[in-house]
Design a binder for this molecule. Structure first.
Ligand code: 5GP
Length: 214
């Protein structure tokens, strides 16, 4: 049986480049990673495809999924539901894939509660001005929406302390390498721990199976 993959939560301000980082990790290390595709009740945007960016569902359908406990976590963001489908994530992790969840902070903390061994990464921009120019540059949101997202970032910023690591996305290449290194480190640490604990348990078992101990 392959060893279980890590659950990696990648959060960060809207427009910081999470999507690009995830896309690059999947492209460079296809054997190592799987991406969780969330369900959302928000409207599909131009250029998006159902089942690729998200599973686009009605509010009623989302509430039904919640009731049937089909979601690992969920949150409301700008009045829309977002949630992580349970089965896919658990299946990929069982297969040994590291599963990336690109989700916001409330969901990230729910994942930490259910899976204490998950890795929570938070990506920030080098400056607010740079964030503004990236949001304007991608041209997918109105000016009003951009400001709303930046205001939300003010509240979200306080959550960073509850994440394992913060990565500044200034130079994209360096940022991708940092994220990958943090994942490897976490994996190696978990492997060392599991290996030692397995050995210790075997030794403890051996020593204590006799009636007279030592
Ligand atoms: P957008 O509408 O721009 O695609 O996403 C809005 C926010 O929802 C982003 O911060 C994104 O990371 C977050 N998000 C996407 N999917 C999920 C999910 O399944 N759960 C949670 N908690 N947040 C999500």
């Amino acid at each position: 049986m392959p060893k279980k993959g890590l659950l990696i939560v990648l959060s960060g301000f809207s427009g910081v480049g999470k999507g690009t980082i995830v896309k690059e990790l999947l492209h460079r290390y296809p054997e190592e990673f799987s991406l969780s595709i969330s369900a959302t009740s928000r409207k599909i945007r131009d250029g998006e495809e159902d089942g690729r960016e998200y599973f686009f569902v009605s509010r009623e359908k989302f509430e039904e999924m919640l009731k049937e406990e089909k979601l690992l976590e969920h949150a409301v963001y700008n009045g829309n539901y977002y949630g992580t489908p349970k089965d896919y994530v658990l299946q990929k992790s069982e297969e040994g894939k590291n599963v990336i969840l690109e989700i916001e902070v409330q969901g990230g903390l729910q994942i930490r509660n259910i899976f204490p061994d998950s890795l929570l990464l938070y990506v920030v921009p080098p400056s607010a001005k740079e964030l503004y120019s990236r949001l304007t540059g991608r041209g997918t949101e109105s000016q009003e929406e951009i400001l709303r997202r930046m205001r939300r970032a003010i509240d979200e910023a306080d959550y960073v302390a509850r994440y394992d690591s913060m990565i500044v996305n200034d130079d994209l290449e360096a940022c991708i390498n940092d994220v990958y290194s943090l994942i490897r480190e976490k994996q190696e640490e978990a492997d060392r721990r599991d290996c030692l604990i397995r050995r210790l348990k075997e030794e403890l078992y051996e020593i204590t199976k006799e009636d007279e101990v030592l």
